[in-house]
Structure formats: structure tokens, C-alpha cells
Write a protein of this length. Structure first.
Length: 547
């Protein structure tokens, strides 16, 4: 096929490493950066094909490995509305990444083009960006070769956060339509979210300084640009862990994942009671807040706390706005702390559902709700207003100034959030706006409910593919009988809950447990992990610290 005429020649420059298998996982390809050159080249080809399959809409490619080690890298594709790549294409990614020869690469392209009935005469349009990792430039060059091989109209956004790239894709594909999302530039991004923030907080008391741990990643320069654009006392920040130049610092002892996993402050931050802190991850799509209470103890405000804060605020606005049948719902994963779920159901009286781990799963569940708030406990999430909510807001006829104000605030909130994907910077503005409007400290926010003690463990097994789950990953269907064992262990502990799932990003199985007390929780976690180890081919050391 002539359309693929240049592919073999270009592909020969980026040979696939022998004896390596790549797999498009929860968040794209992710592994040691130096091994990904052929994959990036091929992702370039596939991004071009994906654009053609969407009649030339712009497709995004983000080169990042998020919160992982600096030597790792990865890549994921962004679909036209700024959402994650449609799942049916993930297997094409895996297929093309594993083609053993240059000819086979062409065969895979040809077969996808046939299966998807793609018009290869369409000019593909692709935009791409990378985070601060040292392997980024090399991988970007390989990607560019893939795009050139298919004559794509390709544009680089340089070094930006993952959610910024999602935003650009959505802006480009909605330009000059009734759902135009914004200017597809960095300045447009800061302007859109920044101005919505200022509209929401106008006239309120100014907050104290917010200390931001940027994980020594791309969030550091980007959040500073936001502050430079805003120049507002409502956005009074100090960025820590902002060294993106020195090798070996990215995500080390800092960042949202470190803070959430270790339940402690990052390096470079000593917590003063009364002060306010948050952490981004390495590509700035996750955020968690924290503070020291009056005894100096560390208190975490994770994705569950953000979800409940946001849901409370939205629920109250919707109720004041007095619009019929406009409903707020919350999407969580099984990792959500049990007390957050109870709080949403019993206190807020809002519907809540569980989705599988990974933003794409939560996003799709949230799309079914009028106003869907979705957050993973790790700090990844956003809010979606579906078309029915938008038309209800448009058609609303406020009867009082209070109703009109609430409707205006809902519009401003919608402009403040990145509807394409979870975004640390936009989520931070959202949390800040709500806290400013409520006049709340972090301790007041934290007071809504107390987390149940929880523990997350990792078990290395011979073959994690034997682990199959159902019920939003809360129940194992394979290996046989293991779920019965988990159930009997859980039954021993008041408020006990535990589940086992294969990781989508690492070669391991994860065990989550929570219970009424720390001791019970740890016993439950380690006994479930021990059962997994014994009955499902555990490797290395048995996890039995507490038994
Ligand atoms: C990826 C996901 C994140 C999820 C994590 C789970 C995206 C963009 N990222 O980082 O949402 O929490 O994987 O990892 O979807 P695990 O499967 O290894 O537990
Ligand atoms: Mg990330």
C-alpha cells in the first residue's frame, strides 16, 4: 500500500529490542525509557492512523511516566475530546509495538486500516508533548519519525503537564463549534482556569500561602506560569521541589504518590501547624493536600477528601439553584476509604458508584451522571457536566438573586475544571476556590469524616494474569477459592474490607485492606497478602510482618 511506502525505511532506524514484549496498560506504555524508542516510533504511526480514522481530528501523544522513577518513561494517546484512547484501540497499540520486523509493522498498519475502514487519503493531525524526563527528547525524536513516515501534520507543545496536552487536544477539536473549549495554547490554559477561579473567589477573604510540592517535575514551571498570569493575592503560592534540572530528583521522596503511599510529608517541606500544603505528581495529573494538626501530626487530604469537598459544594449549589432533576453523583474506586463512601451516601445523600482503577473507567461512569465527580483516592480526578446538565443550566429561570448566583457559580465551576482529564493544577484551583468561598482551613475541611485505617500491600507472584476480578475489582473470580479465603478473613474484623487485584502498571498483585482499628487493619492486610502468596504462586519474601 503506497500510503505506508516510507514506513519500512523509517522503521529500520528504530529497531525493536529483542526479547522484549510491550503492553499498552492502564495509562499507556510504561517501562524503562531507553527501551521505548521503537514503541514511540510506532505510536507515531498509530496516532496518525487514529487521526485518519476520526476524519482528521487532532490526536494527542503524551510522553511521560508520571510518578514513576526518572529512568522510566511512557507514552499514551489522547482521543479527540481530550479523553483517553478508546479501549478497542489499545490492543492495536500492543500489536504494533510488538511487531518483530519492519515489514510486520506495515502489515499491522494495513490490517488496522482495513479492519477500521480508514480513509488513508486524509491528512493526519497529531499534537504531542513530554514531561521533564531525560529520555524525553530521544523518544520525542522517534515519535516524530513515525509521524513523518505517515506525512502527519504534527505539532509539538514542548514540555507541559499531561492534563495540559489533553486540554490542547480538546480545544483544537472543538474550535469554532458551540462547545469550543478554549484557546489551544499554554496562555489560553492559564487564562481560562485562572479567570474562572478569580470570578469564583471575588470579594472573599484572601487565603494564607499554599506550599506546593511539585515533585521536581513539570508541574513546577507550569504552576509558576499560572501564578505569573494571575498575579492575585487569592493565589499566593510557594513552589518547593521544583528542581527539574538536576538528574535523579524527579519524584524521589516527594510528589503526590510518595505522600499518599507513605502518609508523610515530602522531603523539602517541614510542616508548621496552621500552614497549607499540597503535592503534585511528576506529570501534574494528581494532587493531594495535607497539613500538621495542633499536635504536629501529619494529616492527609487525599482524593477521597477532595471528592467529598467538591461534592458537598456542588450539592449545596445545585440545591440553592433550585433546578429540577439536576443531580450530583460521585464515582470512586474500591480504594476509596470506606468512611468517605459512607459519608457520601449517608450524610450527603448522594449516589455513588465504584469503577475499576484507572481514569478512563471513572471518566466513563461519571459521564452517565448529570454532574459527575470522580476521584481516585490517589488524587486523580475531575468533574464532568454532561449535556443534560448543561442544557438544564442553560434553560434555568432563576426566581431569586440567590438562585441566579448559584447558577452563575455552577457555570464558573464548570469553567474552572479540566473536563478532559484529572488535572492537579485545575483541581488545586477548584479546592482553593471552595475553601476560599467557605472560609475554611484545611482542618475544617478535614473534619467532615475520619478515614478508617487502611493499608496497601504488594505481592509479587509467578503469574499475575491468573488474577481475574469482577464487581469493580472488589471480587476475585480467579484463582478459584481465593475469594472465599479473603471473605473469611474479612469477616473476623469489625468494619473489615479487603480486595485483591492485579496491578495494571507493575508486575505484581495489590492487596488493599481497611478495618476499624490500625491493628485489625494491618492484621487483615497481611493475612490476605499471605493467603495470596501461599495459594497463588508468591515469589520472593512472604508478606508476614504482623503475623
Ligand atoms: C495509572 C492510572 C491511575 C491508577 C494507577 C493504578 C491513569 C491516567 N493512571 O497510573 O489512575 O490509579 O494506574 O495503578 O489512568 P496499578 O494498576 O498499578 O495499581
Ligand atoms: Mg500522573
Amino acid at each position: 500500500m503506497t500510503s505506508f511506502g516510507k514506513v519500512v525505511e523509517y522503521s529500520a532506524k528504530h529497531p525493536k529490542p529483542a526479547n522484549t514484549t510491550f503492553s499498552y496498560g492502564t495509562a499507556g506504555f510504561r517501562t524503562i525509557g531507553d527501551t521505548l524508542e521503537s514503541t514511540l516510533f510506532r505510536v507515531g504511526l498509530l496516532a496518525a492512523l487514529r487521526s485518519q480514522s476520526k476524519q482528521g481530528k487532532v490526536i494527542g501523544v503524551m510522553i511521560t511516566a508520571s510518578h514513576n522513577h526518572e529512568r522510566d518513561n511512557g507514552v499514551k494517546l489522547v482521543d479527540p475530546m481530550g479523553e483517553m484512547l478508546q479501549q478497542s484501540w489499545e490492543s492495536y497499540c500492543t500489536q504494533i509495538a510488538n511487531a518483530e520486523t519492519d515489514d510486520e509493522v506495515v502489515q499491522v498498519l494495513t490490517s488496522i486500516a482495513q479492519t477500521e475502514n480508514i480513509d488513508l487519503s486524509i491528512t493526519p493531525r497529531v499534537v504531542y508533548a513530554r514531561d521533564t524526563r531525560p529520555s524525553g527528547p530521544l523518544l520525542q525524536a522517534a515519535l516524530e519519525d513515525g509521524l513523518a513516515a505517515l506525512n502527519a501534520n504534527a505539532t509539538s507543545y514542548g514540555v507541559v503537564t499531561t492534563p495540559q496536552l489533553h486540554y490542547f487536544v480538546r480545544c483544537l477539536n472543538t474550535a469554532d463549534t458551540p462547545v469550543a473549549y478554549g484557546e489551544p495554547t499554554e496562555a489560553g490554559y492559564y487564562e481560562k482556569y485562572g479567570q474562572a477561579f478569580l470570578r469564583l473567589v471575588d470579594g472573599r477573604s484572601q487565603p494564607s500561602k499554599l506550599y506546593i510540592d511539585a515533585a521536581n517535575g513539570v508541574g513546577a514551571p507550569q504552576v509558576r506560569k499560572l501564578a505569573d498570569t494571575l498575579k492575585s493575592p487569592y493565589f499566593n503560592i510557594e513552589v518547593r521541589n521544583s528542581d527539574t534540572e538536576t538528574l535523579g530528583k524527579l519524584n524521589i521522596d516527594c510528589g503526590a504518590d510518595y505522600v499518599k503511599s507513605n502518609q508523610r510529608q515530602p522531603a523539602g517541606m517541614s510542616l508548621e501547624p496552621g500552614s497549607r500544603y499540597c503535592s503534585f505528581d511528576g506529570d501534574a495529573d494528581r494532587i493531594v493536600y495535607y497539613y500538621a494538626d495542633e499536635n504536629g501530626s501529619f494529616r492527609l487530604l487525599d482524593g477521597d477528601k477532595i471528592a467529598t469537598l467538591v461534592a458537598t459544594y456542588l450539592r449545596d449549589l445545585v440545591s440553592t439553584a433550585n433546578i429540577d432533576d439536576l443531580e450530583v453523583g460521585v464515582v470512586q474506586t474500591a480504594y476509596a476509604n470506606g468512611n468517605s463512601t459512607s459519608y457520601i451516601k449517608d450524610t450527603l445523600k448522594l449516589p455513588t458508584v465504584f469503577a475499576k482503577t484507572g481514569v478512563k473507567h471513572l471518566h466513563h461512569e461519571a459521564e452517565r451522571m448529570n454532574i459527575g465527580v470522580y476521584f481516585e483516592a490517589n488524587g486523580h480526578g475531575t468533574i464532568l457536566f454532561n449535556p443534560s446538565a448543561v442544557s438544564k443550566l442553560q434553560n434555568a429561570t432563576p426566581q431569586t438573586p440567590a438562585e441566579a448566583d448559584a447558577i452563575q457559580r455552577l457555570w464558573n465551576l464548570r469553567d474552572l475544571i479540566n473536563e478532559s482529564v484529572g488535572d492537579a493544577i485545575s483541581d488545586m484551583l477548584l479546592v482553593e476556590a471552595i475553601l476560599i468561598c467557605k472560609g475554611w482551613s484545611l482542618a475544617q475541611w478535614d473534619a467532615a469524616y475520619n478515614d478508617l485505617p487502611s493499608r496497601l500491600l504488594k505481592v509479587v507472584v509467578n503469574d499475575r494474569t491468573i488474577f481475574k476480578t469482577t464487581n469493580a475489582e472488589q471480587t476475585l473470580t480467579s484463582p478459584p477459592e481465593l475469594q472465599d479465603v479473603v471473605n473469611s478473613l474479612v469477616a473476623k474484623y469489625p468494619r473489615g474490607r479487603s480486595f485483591v487485584r492485579p496491578s495494571g502498571t507493575e508486575d505484581a498483585v495489590r492487596v488493599y485492606a481497611e478495618a476499624a482499628t490500625r491493628t485489625d487493619c494491618d492484621q487483615l492486610a497481611y493475612s490476605v497478602a499471605g493467603a495470596v502468596f501461599d495459594r497463588a504462586g508468591g515469589r520472593g519474601e512472604r508478606p508476614d510482618e504482623f503475623l
